[in-house]
Design a protein around this ligand. Sequence first.
Ligand code: AMP
Length: 465
Amino acid sequence: MSFESLGLAPFLLRALSEQGYETPTAIQEQAIPLALAGRDLLAGAQTGTGKTAAFGLPLLQHLATNSQEVSSGGPRKPRALILTPTRELATQVHDSLRGYSKYLRIPSACIYGGVGMGNQLDILRRGVDLLVACPGRLIDHIERRSIDLSGIEVLVLDEADRMLDMGFLPSIKRILAKLPKQNRQTLLFSATFEESIKQLALEFMRNPEQIQVTPKNTVAELITHRVHPVDGGRKRDLLLHLLAQDSREQTLVFARTKHGSDKLAAFLDKSGIKTAAIHGNKSQGQRLRALADFKAGRVTVLVATDIAARGIDINELPKVINFDLPMVAEDYVHRIGRTGRNGATGEAISLVAQDEVKLLRQIVRLLGRDMDIRDVPGFELQVPIRWGNSAPGKADSDMGDRGVRKTSHARRPHGDAPRHAHAGPKKTGGGRREGGGGAGQARAAQGQGQRRGGGGRSQGSSRAV
Ligand code: AMP
């Protein structure tokens, strides 16, 4: 399948080819012809699937090939609106669309909070065709009457699930009330489809076509999921230990709170690992700088909260570490969406303390696939984890075969077996970087005391929940 065969115009094809896009991704193959035909779309696609181009290309083609209705004076009204949950995603989408529209003249604006109004007011006064906006700041502009949305022909709700999670539903409804009801195309993209999203779609879309690139709530197949049980108080040291194994590897680390992210970043930095933090209390400038430093390799670790990391576009990030598990299982899918993109392999590691066992179960249930649980030598639990009524072994039976971890080499994240290899049923230590040698062995007996489904395995063995 080629981009030409999807019905895209030459001015877009040229820009795509210059960006090195050769073949459309699955979501692009499905979404582009439907969107070009003017259909409303309910698309299940997470970050990393190429969703931005999937809605962006038909939208740009529409703007370029359909002339605007003649307006009665005043600045030109925006014709397309893309709503995104965060500033980072807004900037990223805006940048991507500018790249795709290199051979077009489509005035656009990117509207988000946390920065002065002045610039945005100037741009809006001059008039734009395309608006990429976060709901909060867009409402500010609506209230100031600095924006007129009555000419919107295409609306995109990008990462709709996250916008709802962030409490933007009332704002979205207020914005939708300002848009024309007739002749509007609506494209809704979401990684997950909760009832609230379906309601929104029913209310505001015209007989939407549903498309899905990955089965509901799943993550890329090429990602290995590993869990290291650890005492809460030793998480920082364990993280440092894991990161120190390859100080060159770019790693995104997720923490639950803003304060926690700052403390963790400071700790890692002090320990000699170049680290930046990104969260909602950072200014827009700081967030963009941290992201740029990370992308350029000036920092190797980026510590992020869920909301700040939303939609971060980093290609082929090999490793994501969950320092804390997310409070909402769906966020695991979003977090991990940053690795294993475009067919690359990836590794997702979660440090799990006793008080997170319930969250882990929810995640496993949502993913419907196995996780490899293993102690890290030297970091075995002082108090064995209580897995609750349903020990992971029991969860295996709940989930049938899905719970059983496969240890085939084909599923290894990298060809570099010694570094990333799963220990399988082997002993600890010897050759594995995680190996703690004698000390690790000595603690093995303790680890065996844990309740571990299959019973009495030695540390380092792989297992499933
Ligand atoms: P997205 O899911 O829109 O955030 O896209 C993820 C990454 O894939 C971005 O860096 C895009 O530039 C890239 N990308 C999207 N579509 C293609 C394609 N057809 N070929 C190559 N790269 C792509």
